[in-house]
Design a protein around this ligand. Structure first.
Ligand code: FUB
Length: 366
């Protein structure tokens, strides 16, 4: 049983208040959710947590959700209209959480128009790099980068997006040899379907959500090695193949397994684990490979659906244990007002991951 604390009571009261105005969510929320974990912070809404150990502390780079008037009438993600980033930190796992000052505001990004979506961060030679997706003046998602001497910021944005970048949900993985790789992409509102695998762009509306061919291989997330300067790519973005255990590509129509958004890499016992969200089936699943570029072989579920439409995560090893950082909508009951949480997860001896379920009781229905 989780402890009933002052914070829990406050959350229940807030949750009731927000549920009353829950007229923009599409999902049917579980009427009696029994969550296993508490939100990390309750003073702001946070989502899409990218967790790292920097300078011996745990830093979490989340999206900062805000309540906006935009209705959820399409699948473009217009209700996710965030405009700044705020970093969280803990000195140790389970310790008090610090909510830092604003790390980056959209007004300080010269090329940005709207929507600060899921960010990530990396450290190199004592400098910290915040990678973030936002729409440019033409409403096209690109990836920006901002630099700081401190992990919590404030960060200073470069003048332009990373050349050759597109779509959203960047995550940056540091390999054991000191190389850094960016993974990115997301379909539907994330616009990856507008870009072919050679980086050619076709303008299209939100009604075109994938490649439109159910039996064709699903749209792939992309990878590029970072240059030494950490603010540019050392190569063009390349697609990452995700295949089943017979080596056949996961198909567009395979909604339980195909890539949607939120690509993240961790390395365990020499194996590369690519985990990602399946979007409209709400899983975080994972596939494994023997190098950063793949191909990656689909293995199974890492995180069962959470309450709320989106499911977005990161993984980090702390003191020899693996933790999953994720979000749900316990505080608001509203899909675009999320709260970040974490829980431990484990790998089996054969390398598979024990799927995480972050609530007690029946599965959520969508
Ligand atoms: O937070 C906005 C978007 O929702 C993220 O970029 C996606 O991964 C989804 O969580």
């Amino acid at each position: 049983m989780k402890k009933i604390t002052y914070v829990s009571v406050l959350l229940i009261v807030m949750s009731c208040a927000f549920n009353k105005k829950n007229n923009v969510s599409k999902e049917k929320l579980n009427p009696n959710p029994d969550f296993k974990n508490l939100p990390l912070v309750s003073e702001i809404y946070t989502a899409d947590p990218s967790a790292h150990i920097f300078n011996g502390k745990i830093y979490i780079y989340p999206s900062h959700d805000i309540d906006v008037a935009e209705p959820d009438t399409d699948d473009c993600g217009s209700q996710y209209s965030m405009r700044d980033y705020i970093v969280l930190s803990m000195d140790y796992i389970g310790g008090p959480v610090t909510t830092h000052e604003v790390a980056l505001d959209i007004d300080d990004v010269p090329w940005a128009k709207r929507q600060f979506w899921a960010p990530d961060a990396a450290e190199k030679d004592g400098k910290f790099y915040l990678y973030f997706p936002t729409k440019d003046k033409n409403d096209v998602f690109k990836i920006g980068v901002a630099v700081s001497d401190k992990p919590e910021g404030p960060f200073e944005s470069t003048k332009n997006p990373i050349e050759g970048s597109y779509s959203m949900d960047p995550s940056v993985f540091k390999d054991d040899d000191g190389s850094y790789y960016m993974y990115l992409g997301g379909i539907w509102g994330g616009q990856l379907q507008r870009w072919d695998e050679n980086g050619n762009y076709t303008e299209m509306g939100c009604e075109t959500q994938d490649n439109g061919i159910p039996n064709s291989p699903a749209i792939s997330p992309r990878i590029a090695k970072m240059s030494d300067d950490m603010i540019s790519f050392a190569e063009e973005l390349k697609p990452i193949r995700i295949v089943d255990n017979s080596g056949n590509p996961i198909l567009t129509k395979d909604y339980d397994r195909r890539f949607f958004e939120a690509a993240w890499i961790h390395k365990h016992n020499g194996t590369y684990y690519l985990s990602y969200s399946t979007g409209n089936t709400h899983y975080i699943v994972y596939a494994t490979g023997d190098n950063p570029y793949g191909p990656f072989v689909y293995q199974g579920i890492l995180n069962e659906p959470v309450q709320g439409w989106t499911n977005h995560h990161s993984t980090v090893k702390i003191d020899g244990k693996w933790y999953l950082f994720y979000h749900d909508v316990e505080m608001s009951g509203q899909s675009n007002l999320r709260n970040v949480k974490y829980t431990e997860f484990t790998h089996n001896e054969d390398g598979t991951i024990n799927p995480v379920k972050t609530y007690f009781g029946n599965d959520f229905k969508f």
